[in-house]
Unconditional design. Structure first.
Length: 318
């Protein structure tokens, strides 16, 4: 049986198996297949909660792995790549950060487009904002994507209508790379951006932790999971416009919990909703910017500081 079949089966119950536990078991046992068939005592000693071990054993007995083998065939026919946590192409930026409570690194990533090894993931910058954004915010978002491209940064956003779309377009139109992180890879969400998604596959890639839209359950949670990947991949996060509630605020909060710099555009128009969102993020530790030129200087500073830290770690005596 193909190893990816077991990854797909485990993805269905991802909250039972923290990725580092899976990685540790594979190093010890030699394969994910052996982890799949491991006995209860081994799983408990691995650090999996006893209640989850019991549920997993029942799950393992109840499913037909052929269903996941068929899904794997479908995924490959669509030229979608599966990147497990232990794969060399899995982004180190997602592996090495300290995840906030309640969140874990994705066990697998579904990917289509430019190979991740061809994208400088160390220069990723996240961009987020309201779907129903103002015309001014729409222009700023496009300019942010354009300037990130001109300065060789990779724009990471969520393909949503509004700010996300404009940031992706700005990057593409100016010869840059962009990554769209989706709550699921099929069908494309939102459907209005199907053509934009096709362009992004040629000028970057689509990423998701989930292959297919869930038929039931908390779909909203999948969107939150998308936001954690945007924050996790990015060296810093740019908020173009936001209210005090919603996905943009959550993305910013996750980035702040990850100890990443968050830059929020100062509203030019006195609007109760956006002013409250801006004020709230500033109170949480976000930094204000008034122009895209000012923003790029802050991002350059962030990147250079991070680069120096990596160089110091590399040169430190062992």
């Amino acid at each position: 049986m193909d190893e990816l079949v077991y990854w797909l089966a485990l993805q269905e119950v991802y909250w039972w198996f923290p990725p580092r536990k899976i990685e540790s078991a594979i190093k010890e046992l030699g394969s994910i297949e052996k982890l799949w068939y491991a006995n209860e005592n081994y799983l408990i000693n691995l650090g999996i909660k006893r209640e989850f071990v019991k549920k997993f054993v029942e799950y393992r007995k109840s499913i037909n792995l052929e269903k996941f083998a068929e899904q794997l065939d479908e995924i490959r026919r669509r030229n979608i790549n599966i990147i497990p946590y232990v794969h060399p192409e899995y982004p180190e930026t997602l592996k090495n950060i300290k995840w906030p409570k309640k969140y874990l690194a994705p066990r697998i990533l579904f990917h289509v487009g430019v190979a991740l090894r061809s994208i400088n993931l160390k220069r990723c910058v996240g961009v987020a904002g309201r779907r129903l954004c103002s015309d001014h915010a729409s222009k700023i978002a496009y300019d942010v994507g354009a300037q990130l491209a001109k300065h060789n940064y990779v724009t990471v956003s969520g393909l949503a209508i509004g700010v996300d779309s404009e940031a992706h377009k700005g990057a593409i139109d100016n010869g840059g790379l962009t990554i769209a992180v989706l709550p699921w890879l099929t069908p494309i969400y939102p459907p209005e951006n199907l053509n934009l998604a096709k362009k992004i596959k040629e000028h970057g890639c689509l990423l998701s932790e989930c292959y297919r839209k869930p038929k039931s359950g908390n779909i909203k949670w999948r969107i939150i999971e998308r936001n954690k990947i945007i924050s996790g991949l990015s060296r810093c996060l740019v908020i173009v416009e936001t209210g005090k509630k919603g996905g943009t605020i959550r993305t910013a909060e996750i980035a702040l919990e990850m100890k990443k710099r968050v830059f929020v555009f100062a509203p030019k128009v006195a609007d109760d909703i956006t002013t409250k969102g801006y004020t709230y993020l500033i109170s949480r530790g976000a930094e204000s910017f008034n122009s895209v030129d000012e923003l790029i200087k802050k991002i350059d500073e962030t990147y250079q500081t991070s680069k120096r830290k990596r160089q110091n770690l590399d040169s430190a005596p062992i």
